[in-house]
Design a protein around this ligand. Structure first.
Ligand code: SF4
Ligand code: SF4
Length: 289
C-alpha cells in the first residue's frame, strides 16, 4: 500500500531467522496464550525472542478502553482465566526466557483492575524461573493505590507504566487515561517500593513538539522514573491516529543523550524501540545504578 511505501528507509526491517526464534515460534503455537510480540506484529520479534525476551498479555485480549493508537480489540472482556498465571510461567520456562515482561489490557470492569492476577503471575514465574527478570507493564488501575500495592508486594524487577505521549496530547491519544494520574502512579510506586526501578515510554509522531518531549522527560525524572523508552508511532490501520511525523535515527540518538543528561539510568530511543525492547539490558543498568 501507499502507507508502507512512504515509510522511511530506517523503518524497513531486516529479518533474521535465528534458530532460537523458530523454536520459540513453534512452541507458542497451540498455546492459549497471547504475546504482544505476535499480536502487535512487533518488528523486533526475531531479535527479542532470540535474546530470550518476550512480552505476555494477560487478562484476555479484549480491552475496556480504546486508545487511538492501539490495535488491541475493544469490547466486553472475557471471563477471567484463573490458570493463566501458571500457564504464563510454564511457557516462560519452556521458552527459557531470561526476561519476562507481563502486561495486560485495561480491565476497568474488574474491582482491582486485574492487579491480583499480575501479582499471581509474577509469583508463578519466580517459582519456575527464579533467575529471570520479571517486568510488569501495568495499566493505571484507575488510580487505585491498593491495586498498585498488590502488584508491588509481588516484587517485580521493574514497574513499568507508560505515559505514551506528552501531556497536551494525552486526552486525544488515550481518552480514558490521564497524564497526571500516570505520573502519580509512578511517584507512588517509588514511595511504596523505593528499590524497584520504574520505567515509562512514549511514542513519537502523534503531533508533539520537541520541547514537549523534553518536558515529558523532566516530568518523569521529577517522579524518580529511571528508565525511559522512546519509539516511533506507526499507524496500525487507517482507522487509527495518523502519523504526524517520522523522526530520524539521529533525532532519536539526540533524545537518548537528552535523557541521559537528565539522569535516567537507561534510555532506549530509536525508530523501532518498543516498551520492552532490550528490556533485559535495562534491568542490568537499573541494578547497577
Ligand atoms: Fe515482544 Fe517487546 Fe520485543 Fe516487541 S519489543 S518483540 S513486544 S518483547
Ligand atoms: Fe490498547 Fe492499553 Fe489503550 Fe487498551 S488501554 S486500548 S490495550 S493501549
Amino acid at each position: 500500500t501507499h502507507q508502507i511505501e512512504r515509510k522511511p528507509e530506517w523503518l524497513k526491517i531486516k529479518l533474521t531467522t535465528g534458530d532460537n526464534y523458530k523454536e520459540l515460534k513453534n512452541m507458542m503455537r497451540g498455546k492459549t496464550l497471547h504475546t504482544v510480540c505476535e499480536e502487535a506484529k512487533c518488528p523486533n520479534i526475531h531479535e527479542c525472542w532470540a535474546a530470550r525476551t518476550a512480552t505476555f498479555m494477560i487478562l484476555g485480549d479484549i480491552c475496556t478502553r480504546a486508545c487511538r493508537f492501539c490495535a488491541v480489540n475493544t469490547g466486553m472482556p472475557t471471563e477471567l482465566d484463573l490458570q493463566e498465571p501458571e500457564r504464563v510461567a510454564e511457557a516462560s520456562e519452556q521458552m527459557g526466557l531470561r526476561h519476562v515482561v507481563v502486561t495486560s489490557v485495561a480491565r476497568d470492569d474488574l474491582k482491582d483492575g486485574g492487579a491480583s492476577v499480575f501479582a499471581a503471575t509474577i509469583r508463578a514465574i519466580r517459582g519456575r524461573l527464579p533467575l529471570a527478570g520479571v517486568e510488569v507493564l501495568i495499566p493505571d488501575f484507575q488510580g487505585d493505590e491498593e491495586a498498585l500495592r498488590t502488584v508491588l508486594e509481588a516484587k517485580p524487577d521493574i514497574l513499568n507504566h507508560n505515559v505514551e505521549t506528552v501531556e497536551r496530547l494525552s486526552d486525544k491519544v488515550r481518552a480514558k487515561a490521564k497524564y497526571r494520574r500516570s505520573l502519580e502512579l509512578l511517584e507512588r510506586s517509588k514511595r511504596i517500593a523505593p528499590s524497584i526501578p520504574t520505567k515509562s515510554s512514549i511514542m513519537l509522531g502523534v503531533g508533539e513538539t520537541w520541547d514537549e518531549i523534553l518536558q515529558t522527560m523532566d516530568d518523569l525524572r521529577a517522579v524518580d522514573c529511571s528508565i525511559m523508552t522512546i519509539g516511533q508511532y506507526l499507524q496500525p490501520s487507517l482507522k487509527h491516529l495518523p502519523v504526524s511525523k517520522y523522526y530520524t535515527p539521529e533525532q532519536f540518538a539526540e533524545l537518548k543523550q537528552e535523557g541521559l543528561k537528565r539522569g535516567f539510568s537507561h534510555v532506549e530511543s530509536g525508530p523501532l524501540v518498543r516498551s520492552s525492547y532490550h528490556a533485559h539490558e535495562q534491568v542490568q543498568s537499573a541494578k547497577q545504578s
